[in-house]
Every structure is written in structure tokens, then in C-alpha cells.
Design a protein around this ligand. Structure first.
Ligand code: ATP
Ligand code: SF4
Ligand code: MG
Length: 324
């Protein structure tokens, strides 16, 4: 096991809405080791984005608030960090790329402005040197006409190009952790493969640890060393890619794996998990997956299972089938 760079412990991020308090992230524990790629998977609404926004200090406040837990980045608990400190961290140490890059690129500044600013924030170089580096990075991420592109605005670029610019920004900052929230979902398959390749380079060549959020298990198999499976605001299983794909333990993970189209089988219809994700917090006691679980028994509705080690070393699951 490597050295941990980011450790999330008992994280609780709640939304205070007219319908009441929603525990979108409900005591979540996970860690990211230096230089590794951790995948986070789960159906829509399971709390993946709120978890990453919590780490970045970007939960919309109100209605959201971190009400408990720790986010330990190196020696610092980010839950207690000031907004000023979080801005430093976001520019330098932890970067995030989103599904839709327009949300993080500023439409009123040129690509060059934004990239050069990121570089200068990090390196304290003069403008000329920073500009040369910006052009170099744009070329590195495979963008054509880098010298001209630098004077263009985000809306003049295609979605794939904008995502490359976001990766260029991440490279400019040289962060220790990169959080990528569905970075390729909006892109076509060829571009998707290229963007994933760039992220792999970043990980291999610079040792950037990556937290990769995706609903695509193919991407997980290709990119990640470990996976955390989220369901209704909780992590329900965690393990190496091999453990999760070969020996999934939680019935929800088993369902997710089964729902991946398998080219080799003769199965006619794709399996999908019956029912839909419960609104976080709607199940007060017991296993949140119980209403959809074909193995549910008495204990599942009377006691909440904790995420505990089961099976091979390091694999963890929150399910009564695997605990005494
Ligand atoms: N601004 C908000 N106000 C109120 N509740 C919110 C808000 N944002 C998120 N939530 C709650 O948090 C839950 C988790 O949302 P989140 O965006 O983290 O899901 P996700 O796993 O990223 O889903 P997706 O795969 O669709 O991106 C939602 O189901 C919703 O209940
Ligand atoms: S604890 Fe019970 S309901 Fe929950 S996943 Fe396990 S068997 Fe199913
Ligand atoms: Mg999301």
C-alpha cells in the first residue's frame, strides 16, 4: 500500500432544503494514495459529485454544508480551511475537471489568459516565459494551432478541445491530486479515448494522483487501480479493480457489473438493477439498498451495516451477507 495523500473520514455533506435535510454524503470514508488512480462509481444521485465538490470546498452554500467528518490532505484538514487557503489549494495542489468544461473556464477571458494566469500562480514566472509554457502545454495535450488558440475564447472551441484545455490547466498547476468528474461523458468515443490517455500520462509521468468519477465501468477497468462504489450517499464497497470485477461482494456492485454489456455472452437484454436510487436519507435504519436487494433479510431493515473488511485483503463491503 502506498502513502496516502488524501483521506476522507466520516464525511457528511447535507443540503438544507424546503423538503428537509438531505444527507447527500452520509459518513463517507475513502483515501487516495500518492500516484494512484481511484475510481468512484455509482448511479446518478449517489453523491459522487457532492463528494468531490466537498473536497474542493465548492459545495454551494447554502443550501449545502459539510456537517461532519474530515478531509485530510497531507497534514491539513480541509474542512477547517479558510476560503483563502482553499483558493490556494484549488489553484495549486488539488485540481478538478468537470463533465462540462464551460463551467470551469471563464467565458470572458481567452484560453491564453487563463492558462498563463494558472502558470504564473504556480511558478511566479514573467508573462513571456509563462506564455511560452502555455503554448508548449497546449501542444502537449494535442491541440492544433496552439499559438493562435491562445488568443481564442472558450466558446470558439469544441467540447473535446475545451476538455483538453482543462487538462492543460491541470498540467499547468501540476497538482498532486486531480479530481475528474465524468470528464469524458459529453465527448464522442475517439476523443474520450484521447482524453483518458492524457490523464494516464499525467498520472504516469508526473505521479498525479487521480480521483476519477465515472459511470463507465470500462473506463474504470482501463484507468484505475482501486474502486469505491457509492450508493445513496454511502460507499458500499471498496477494493482493487481485480477484486471488484472478479469478486464483487455487495449485491449492488454485483448488479452494476452484471449491467455492463458483455460482448462474449449470448444475453439478449442488458441486465439493469430493478428500482431506482433512494433519495439520500429516506432510509433511516437498515441498509439503504434493502428495497432493491434480492437478498434482503430481517437484519437488513433493522440494522445498518458498516463498511468493513471482507474477503481478500483490503476489500471492504457494507452488507450483512458478509458480516457476522
Ligand atoms: N444544490 C442541491 N440542492 C439540494 N440537493 C442537492 C443539491 N445538489 C445535490 N443534491 C443532492 O445530492 C444528491 C447527490 O447528488 P450528486 O450530484 O452528488 O450525484 P452524482 O452521484 O454526482 O450523480 P450523477 O451521476 O447524476 O452526476 C442528489 O440526489 C440530491 O439529493
Ligand atoms: S445488507 Fe441486506 S439489503 Fe443490504 S445489500 Fe446486503 S443483503 Fe442486501
Ligand atoms: Mg455527478
Amino acid at each position: 500500500m502506498g502513502e496516502t495523500i488524501l483521506e476522507v473520514k466520516g464525511l457528511q455533506t447535507h443540503f438544507f432544503t424546503d423538503d428537509g435535510e438531505i444527507p447527500a454524503v452520509n459518513k463517507v470514508d475513502f483515501h487516495v494514495d500518492k500516484g494512484e488512480v481511484l475510481g468512484i462509481v455509482g448511479e446518478s444521485g449517489s453523491g459522487k459529485s457532492v463528494t468531490s465538490l466537498s473536497v474542493m470546498g465548492l459545495v454551494p452554500k447554502p443550501p449545502g454544508k459539510i456537517v461532519g467528518g474530515e478531509i485530510n490532505f497531507k497534514d491539513e484538514n480541509l474542512v477547517n480551511a479558510s476560503e483563502k487557503r482553499m483558493r490556494q489549494i484549488r489553484g495549486n495542489e488539488i485540481a478538478m475537471i468537470f463533465q462540462e468544461p464551460m463551467t470551469s473556464l471563464n467565458p470572458v477571458f481567452t484560453i491564453g489568459n487563463q492558462l498563463i494566469e494558472a502558470i504564473r500562480l504556480h511558478n511566479k514566472w514573467d508573462k513571456k516565459k509563462a506564455k511560452a509554457r502555455a503554448v508548449e502545454i497546449l501542444k502537449l495535450v494535442g491541440l492544433p494551432r496552439a499559438e493562435e488558440l491562445i488568443d481564442e475564447y472558450p466558446h470558439q472551441l469544441s467540447g473535446g478541445m475545451r476538455q483538453r484545455v482543462m487538462i492543460a490547466m491541470a498540467m499547468a498547476c501540476d497538482p498532486e491530486v486531480l479530481i475528474a468528474d465524468e470528464p469524458t461523458t459529453a465527448l464522442d468515443v475517439t476523443i474520450q479515448a484521447q482524453i483518458l490517455e492524457l490523464m494516464k500520462d499525467l498520472n504516469k509521468n508526473r505521479g498525479t494522483a487521480i480521483m476519477l468519477i465515472t459511470h463507465d465501468l470500462g473506463v474504470v477497468a482501463e484507468m484505475c487501480q482501486r474502486v469505491a462504489v457509492m450508493y445513496s450517499g454511502n460507499i458500499v464497497e471498496e477494493g482493487t479493480v481485480k477484486q471488484i470485477f472478479k469478486e464483487p461482494k455487495h449485491p449492488y456492485t454485483v448488479g452494476l457489473i452484471k449491467s455492463v454489456p458483455d460482448m462474449t455472452s449470448k444475453r439478449e437484454r442488458l441486465y439493469s438493477i430493478p428500482g431506482s436510487v433512494q433519495k439520500p436519507g429516506s432510509i433511516k435504519v437498515g441498509c439503504p439498498f434493502a428495497p432493491r436487494c434480492e437478498h434482503a433479510f430481517d437484519r437488513c431493515v433493522s440494522e445498518t451495516p458498516a463498511l468493513l473488511e471482507a474477503g481478500d485483503e483490503g476489500q471492504k463491503v457494507s452488507c450483512w451477507l458478509h458480516h457476522d
